[in-house]
Design a protein around this ligand. Structure first.
Ligand SMILES: *[C@@H]1O[C@H](CO)[C@@H](O)[C@H](O)[C@H]1NC(C)=O
Ligand SMILES: *[C@@H]1O[C@H](CO)[C@@H](O)[C@H](O)[C@H]1NC(C)=O
Ligand SMILES: *[C@@H]1O[C@H](CO)[C@@H](O)[C@H](O)[C@H]1NC(C)=O
Ligand SMILES: *[C@@H]1O[C@H](CO)[C@@H](O)[C@H](O)[C@H]1NC(C)=O
Ligand SMILES: *[C@@H]1O[C@H](CO)[C@@H](O)[C@H](O)[C@H]1NC(C)=O
Length: 416
């Protein structure tokens, strides 16, 4: 095959894969919301923040129980963290649509669960046995269940999105002594102390000096928070610009570094796309989001202002709180000019239009700013030393990614 054409086909494959990913987003809360009989189970998924984890995953099976069968899950006296473990047992990390379930060979199939993945489960606990019984009956048993506990039976298939998500109803809560074991409430985290100990002392100082930003971040840390802290050298090089911001601008830019959801590094890398920040919910009518992309062994954060920042170290990764050190200060497009194309991308087959999959960059032009923040918008930066760390390659790839639709058209034209 001619190289150009091979490349075009490769691009086409990438574009189609991306288009598929985009189309498959789902919301378990919404799916279950259509069935009032699972309302308690659904409510608990939200309360334990497991719903967000489920939405981020593909190729999984949720074993739901009806309100009347909630048993141990409904019991008061269990902490939310314990209930989370119990619910995690009900999320199999493989796809079992009703058809596949009944086509399994006779006998037992062991399947890993989100509880097993959480790291809280010991040995084989965290696995669920799926057993085919005579007459087509299918039962589920936690691997660590005691002999006296009865297995849960498959009732029906509630929803199937092949081969991403299956929601099955089972007739009772899976008994698992390990998942049910009481979990102590996590020790309180002192954000200032945590950041000061490693890499981000300067950023900790900025946060401590901004009561509004600090209390917002501090109040979110137990409910799912991913904080990106620029390393000390990045703060130092950004300081002249930081000092130029108004008090409101400073609070906004600090909150811009906090994403109100927990992301392990693995989740961060595998969930490329736009993330909202605490600034999104705190600064009216502003977007304050940025793009996350996988970048080699790490993740890169792209605000469209200057080069992307990359995650350089994990300061803390302990659900519900993750803190990552990053290579540069994140500059929101709401406060700074969006960079022009950094380097002319040598794209052989596709137009290198600077469109994004999220939002046209025109919408973020500084002239949109109608409040005092526009006074804080200096020139787009190329002066941060860290900007140079990022070679052109990732941005070329990002270009392919973001122009997936255009690339598809181009590839089709070439391949024809
Ligand atoms: C999922 O759906 C629920 C109910 O419809 C809604 O409240 C929630 O905001 C949705 N979540 C996301 C991430 O879209
Ligand atoms: C699960 O299945 C394995 C065989 O695959 C068996 O050894 C084990 O005892 C089963 N556990 C339970 C709780 O049924
Ligand atoms: C958190 O740690 C900082 C620095 O070690 C300290 O000054 C502050 O008093 C601590 N805050 C609380 C609430 O313990
Ligand atoms: C931070 O949040 C904790 C609760 O997690 C609270 O005890 C503490 O007082 C808060 N610190 C500040 C300075 O608001
Ligand atoms: C700070 O603002 C002033 C006045 O707008 C401007 O002249 C100066 O270049 C800015 N400094 C930085 C580092 O952005």
């Amino acid at each position: 095959m001619e190289p150009r054409r091979r490349l075009a086909l490769a691009v086409l494959a990438v574009a189609l894969a991306l288009a598929a990913t985009a189309a498959e987003g789902y919301n378990i809360t919404k799916i279950l919301g259509e069935y009032p009989e699972y309302s308690q189970f659904n409510k608990l998924l939200t309360e334990t923040r497991l719903a967000a984890d489920i939405n981020k995953r593909r190729t999984i099976t949720v074993l739901a129980v009806a309100n009347g069968d909630m048993g141990d899950l409904a019991a008061s006296g269990r902490t939310l963290q314990t209930k989370r473990h119990m619910l995690q047992m009900h999320v199999l990390v493989d796809y079992y649509g009703g058809k596949k379930l009944h086509q399994l060979a006779h006998g037992v199939t062991a399947c890993s669960t989100m509880f097993q993945e959480s790291g809280a489960a010991q040995g084989m606990s965290g696995y669920v046995n799926i057993t085919q019984r005579r007459g087509g009956k299918v039962t589920f048993t936690a691997e660590d269940a005691s002999d006296s506990s009865s297995p849960s039976s498959y009732v029906k298939t509630v929803k199937e999105i092949p081969y991403d998500l299956a929601v099955l109803q089972i007739d009772s809560v899976l008994a698992s002594p390990e998942a049910e074991a009481p979990v102590a409430a996590p020790a309180p985290v002192n954000i200032t102390e945590l950041l000061s100990k490693k890499y981000c002392k300067s950023f900790a100082g900025l946060l401590a000096a901004d009561a509004e930003a600090f209390s917002n971040i501090n109040a979110t840390k137990d409910n799912g928070l991913t904080l990106f802290c620029p390393v000390d050298s990045a703060v130092a090089s950004f300081m002249p610009k930081y000092k130029n911001l108004t008090a409101k601008g400073r609070t906004a830019i600090l909150l811009f570094h906090a994403v109100p959801d927990y992301y392990s590094l693995q989740l961060l890398e595998s969930n490329s796309g736009k993330v909202s920040t605490l600034a999104t919910s705190n600064v009216a009518k502003k977007d304050y989001s940025f793009d996350v992309d996988k970048d080699g062994d790490t993740a890169s954060l792209d605000t469209k202002v200057g080069a992307a920042a990359s995650v350089t170290a994990t300061v803390k990764d302990d659900d519900p709180l993750a803190v990552y050190a990053i290579s540069k200060f994140l500059q929101p497009k709401e406060l700074y000019k969006v960079a022009k194309d950094l380097a002319p991308a040598p794209a052989p087959a596709g137009p290198k239009k600077k469109t994004t999959k999220k939002k046209p960059s025109a919408a973020s032009s500084p002239s949109d700013d109608d409040d005092d923040e526009s006074a804080d918008s200096p020139e787009a930066s190329d002066d941060d030393a860290a900007d140079k760390d990022n070679a052109a390659v990732p941005s070329v790839l990002a270009g392919w990614v973001t122009t997936a639709a255009a690339a598809t058209v181009a590839a089709l034209a070439l391949a024809a």
